[in-house]
Design a protein around this ligand. Structure first.
Ligand code: F6R
Length: 604
């Protein structure tokens, strides 16, 4: 998500840190900040917007300290602003912290700290950590950090300074990457290698549960109370490769981050057997009788998946509209309607304008958005953020899975509020959702099968994608991704529609990709597959691992781990995206910036 850099050595820390932050700009951010210890005094500068703004603030300062930390923030809790920018401080102004990730139990801890007279200057979850350290700083810097770490739940890559002990930086990692750059008489700590690659190529990657005490000549790492060693590796990447963490493209890097993006999006939103959605008004949700979801492109496909979920779990009539259509239509909307917009950027002009035209007639509105502070996040009654972090590849990948994460949670929550989902079903559904990050990791571990299939079919001119029920929107999304990334013509269909037209296209050249896990409609999808086989068509099937029958019908099979049938779309997203990616790469296409496409569509 955000960018982290810390420096301790003999050189001017602010110069090293500003340089480091400039190497992290590609990640996207909305504010930046720096803190230096100079003569045992902590000095901090922050600004909203580009790094240039921060640099201007520093122009007339002569910062001499040789220890410091810096951060570029991509907002998750609290709008992009100077107050919410990192580093954050405790009440004494001696402890300061930068943090990537989400402290899940920050709200409870903040309330507790307020009782002990702590005053907070930001809306962030991060700030509470500085105050937790302050509570125990009398025991020494290390002990205070270690005891604060025991109190938090969630994901973090954090780096802390204390002006009372100005000879060390402490860092801790849980779920959010941190890497130490090992230099001669100086050390770095960063979220990504490019920030220090100019100065050292020796990198020591921290693992989950690690806490590191870093001085200019030494690094001590602890995990679970014990000292551990982490090997320093020589980085052979070029600067550009390093920005992609060694991956050849942002798209594959971002696909590889999907387990984390999903986890970060559900984290803190499941409590026992219920869903907890911040900012959402349950009283208003209870009153709604119908739902309309508005979105474009991939976000529309996430929304379409939610139609099946909301009708199944909550029994509420749900329609999904392409924003550019509803914008000029005359939809029936009244005070019993819940309007939902789904958008990665929060800036898509069709979605914004469509919403503007109908918002007054609706009872309640919720934006599902990835970019904090974006136009849509400010326009609707409530906002639920997808915590996918910045997405640099033009094609939506990790943000799609995060949108689905929110939509599954919201559907289950509506089911519970409307008394349509019993406790047993709720528990089992939430348990399936919790399993998804682990299953995504399994799917991402070995990409070779999809790569082989992609290479086999990369010369085809057309593809057809089919699915039924909740897997139908995935057929649409699979086809969209292929079009965008490989420039191959592809269409997605509801498999039941096959006989109403697309069957005329069956020949021995066009691959037919079927989303075919063993579910209630499996036999029906097998009938569709057989009809294609009977006409010498080619089948690529995406099904569940324990399926024993698919071998008889499909030319190529991609397996997903077994899970409750409602949750297969979450797993199927990976092979669909990988198929498009590997075909695009094989064809030599610039998959991160496909022709004619823009990341944010702000003109009609
Ligand atoms: C597809 C893609 C686009 C976007 C669409 C909506 O890979 O990225 O189809 O999904 O332009 O954008 P947002 O979600 O920003 O409203």
């Amino acid at each position: 998500m955000c960018g982290i850099i810390g420096y301790i050595g003999e050189e001017n820390a602010s110069e090293r840190i500003i340089y480091g932050l400039s190497r992290l700009e590609y990640r996207g951010y909305d504010s930046a900040g720096i803190a230096i210890i100079d003569n045992c005094k902590l000095i901090r500068f922050r600004s909203k917007g580009r790094l240039e703004n921060l640099k201007k603030k520093l122009e007339h300062e002569s910062l001499k300290g040789t220890i410091g930390i810096g951060h570029t923030r991509w907002a998750t809790h609290g709008k992009p602003s100077e107050e919410n920018a990192h580093p954050h401080m405790d009440c004494t102004g001696k402890i300061t912290i930068i943090h990537n990730g989400i402290i899940e139990n920050y709200f409870e801890l903040k309330e507790e700290l307020k009782k002990h007279h702590h005053k907070f200057a930001s809306e962030t979850d991060t700030e509470i950590f500085a105050h937790l350290i302050e509570e125990n700083i009398g025991k020494g810097f290390e002990k205070a950090v270690f005891s604060a770490l025991k109190q938090i739940r969630g994901t973090y890559g954090m780096v802390i300074l204390y002006s009372g002990e100005p000879d060390k930086i402490i860092a801790a990692r849980q779920g959010s990457p941190l890497v130490i750059g090992v230099g001669k008489g100086e050390n770095y700590i960063a979220s990504d290698v490019p920030s220090f690659l100019k100065y050292t190529r020796k990198a020591m990657f921290l693992e989950d549960g690690d806490a590191a005490v870093i001085t200019k000549t030494d690094v001590q790492i602890y995990n679970g109370g014990k000292k551990v060693t982490r090997q320093a590796r020589d980085i052979k990447w070029t600067s550009e490769q390093a920005e992609k963490s060694g991956f050849p493209h942002f798209m594959i890097k971002e696909i590889s981050e999907e387990a984390q993006a999903f986890e970060d999006t559900i984290i803190g939103r499941i409590e026992g057997s219920s869903v907890k959605l911040e900012n959402v008004d349950d009283k208003k949700l209870k009153k709604i009788k119908n739902i309309r979801i508005i979105a474009c492109g991939t976000s529309y496909h996430a929304a379409y998946t939610a139609k099946y979920l909301m009708e199944k779990y909550a029994g509420i009539n749900t329609s999904v509209d392409v924003a550019s259509e509803i914008r000029y239509g005359d939809p029936v909307i009244d005070k019993s309607t819940l309007l939902i917009t789904v958008s990665q950027s929060g800036e898509t002009i069709d979605t914004i304008e469509a919403f503007k035209n109908i918002q007054k007639r609706a009872g309640y509105s919720i934006a599902i958005v990835n970019v904090v502070g974006s136009t849509l996040s400010r326009m609707l009654d409530s906002v639920i953020y997808t915590h996918a972090g910045p997405e640099i590849g033009v094609a939506a990948t990790k943000t799609f899975i995060s949108q689905l994460a929110v939509l599954y949670l919201l559907s289950l929550h509506l089911g519970s509020i409307h008394g349509k989902i019993n406790d047993k079903k709720m528990k089992s559904s939430l348990s399936s959702l919790r399993k998804i990050p682990g299953l995504l990791k399994i799917m991402l571990k070995d990409k070779s099968k999809v790569k082989k299939i992609a290479e086999k079919y990369s010369k085809q001119r057309d593809f057809l994608y089919y699915g039924r029920n909740i897997n139908f929107p995935m057929a649409l999304e699979g086809a969209l991704k292929l079009k965008e990334i490989s420039y191959i013509h592809a269409e997605g269909y509801a498999a039941g529609e096959m006989k109403h037209g697309p069957i005329a296209l069956v020949d021995d050249k066009t691959p037919n990709v079927f989303l075919a896990p063993e579910n209630a409609l499996y036999e029906k999808i097998i009938s569709n597959i057989q009809e294609i086989k009977a006409r010498s068509g080619t089948i690529i099937a995406i099904t569940n691992r324990s399926n024993k029958t698919m071998k008889r019908f499909a030319d190529d099979i991609i397996y997903m781990p077994d899970i409750d049938e409602d949750f297969y779309p979450l797993l199927a997203a990976i092979p669909l995206q990988l198929l498009a990616y590997y075909i695009g790469v094989k064809k030599g296409i610039d998959v991160d910036k496909p022709r004619n496409l823009a990341k944010s569509v702000t003109v009609e």
